[in-house]
Design a protein around this ligand. Structure first.
Ligand SMILES: [Cu+2]
Length: 328
């Protein structure tokens, strides 16, 4: 292990190759299994939706168009992506930072179970046509309260599994003073932090607004606020998808082509910028919404474009890696 991390240091790979501990691999495996189960159901929903929209089939009376559209959106945009990303991050953390401690692994499993419980609750409600509110669950469309509780469990569960990954990274840094930490851990930390911050928006609207409203404790709901809180989550959601894809470009592609990453510092900078720029831009999804001032719509739309900076840094890094490897 010592040799490997020395080698990693010399080559500026920052990626010790320890291998995935089978006990960690098991949790990652279950994440991937649920990811692809959701994927199968979700694409089936998409197929039916396309065929019925195109007038090629007629949906049976017990199956609603917006019901399958909701299943398609929730299962693909939220469930598939989150599970596959968590499987990837969890396995990658074990591979580059060594096995998780039994305590952290147990916490990881608790989070997985909570997330899956939430996924099950939301999916059953969608399939029962009690939550045909699309993946944005826009008020005044209302779903069964079990759907909203499912969303809360889903989000909180991902936080619970996210924490052991963060702790694992910082523990590694503490036990390896003076050594550069594996880049995978740095990038995982940025991705999980982004996800936790984004999830606060969903938690706030679901717990503070949707659940009391669905339970009949309040008659009114602040529609603009609920939509803004959703997009406070919904925009960074796409960064949460793209960051693991960039991790593959930064960390896997150099290995595949037998080269080394052009610059680890540049890669780190890109991830810090993604984290910072992800927060205040959700209003660009609400440009047609009354109740939000033109000024804020303008500011957030401009801020949205700033995301080209870490993206161009990434494009530069990857091409520089290709060029450098080609020359060697
Ligand atoms: Cu957006």
């Amino acid at each position: 292990m010592m040799n490997q991390s020395n080698l990693a240091f010399k080559n500026n790979h920052y990626e010790p190759e320890i291998g995935v501990d089978p006990r960690d691999g098991k949790l990652a495996f279950y994440y991937v299994v649920i990811a692809f189960s959701a994927f199968l159901l979700g694409i089936l929903g998409g197929l039916l939706q396309g065929l019925s929209r195109g007038g090629m089939i007629e949906l049976p009376s017990w199956l609603g168009y917006y019901q399958i559209l909701t299943a398609h959106g929730v299962l693909l945009a939220l469930v598939f992506t989150t599970y596959i990303i968590y499987g990837f991050l969890y396995a990658g953390m074990s591979r580059t930072h060594g096995a998780f401690s039994p305590r952290l692994r147990k916490t990881g499993w608790i989070g997985f179970i909570l997330t899956s419980l939430g996924t099950g609750m939301a999916t059953v409600m969608i399939l029962a046509n009690e939550a045909s509110v699309l993946y944005t669950f826009y008020a005044p469309l209302q779903a069964h309260y079990i759907f909203y509780f499912g969303l809360v469990f889903f989000i909180v569960g991902t936080w619970v599994t996210g924490i052991p990954m963060l702790v694992h990274y910082f523990k590694w840094k503490k036990t390896h003073p003076g050594e550069p930490a594996p880049l995978f851990g740095f990038m995982t930390t940025a991705t999980i932090l982004l996800w936790i911050i984004a999830g606060l928006g969903v938690a706030a609207t679901v717990i503070g607004q949707m659940i009391p409203w669905a339970l009949g404790m309040t008659d009114e709901i602040n529609v603009v606020l609920s939509r803004s809180l959703f997009w406070y989550f919904g925009h960074p959601l796409v960064y949460f998808w793209i960051m693991p894809a960039y991790m593959v470009w930064y960390l896997v592609v150099p290995k595949v082509i037998g080269g080394k990453l052009f610059s680890a510092s540049l890669a780190k900078l890109a991830f810090v910028l993604f984290l910072l720029f992800s927060i205040p831009v959700g209003f660009h999804h609400q440009l047609m919404e009354s109740g939000i001032s033109v000024f804020w719509k303008y500011v957030q739309t401009i801020l949205t474009f700033v995301v080209v900076v870490p993206s161009l840094l990434t494009a530069f890094s990857i091409f520089a890696t290709f060029e450098q490897t080609g020359r060697e």
